[in-house]
Design a protein around this ligand. Sequence first.
Ligand code: FES
Length: 106
Amino acid sequence: MITLRFFSPEGEEQIVQAAEGISVMTAATQSCIPGINGDCGGNLSCATCHCYIDAAWRGKLAPPSDMELAMLDGALDVTEDSRLTCQIRTSAELDGMSVRIPPIRY
Ligand code: FES
């Protein structure tokens, strides 16, 4: 298990223990983290798993695929920190990673 730190748009932290090998989106939805819906189940067709990963952690991730970048093109509030969390697999290297949730619009 690893620890993921989710931060709401207001800066409130929620700690989640996640099994290695699942997606960050799955870890979030299993723990009912508000603002990460994962509507398409991780099939790169919704962008409801959009979050921000700080530069310090981004370097530990595989770069986004062309499909992920195309989906992010249509997402709201995209920044250079934006990633689709369904495309990030948990691993020991990501233990303690911070995941910031974009403004929630529903
Ligand atoms: S869960 Fe739909 S794109 Fe990530």
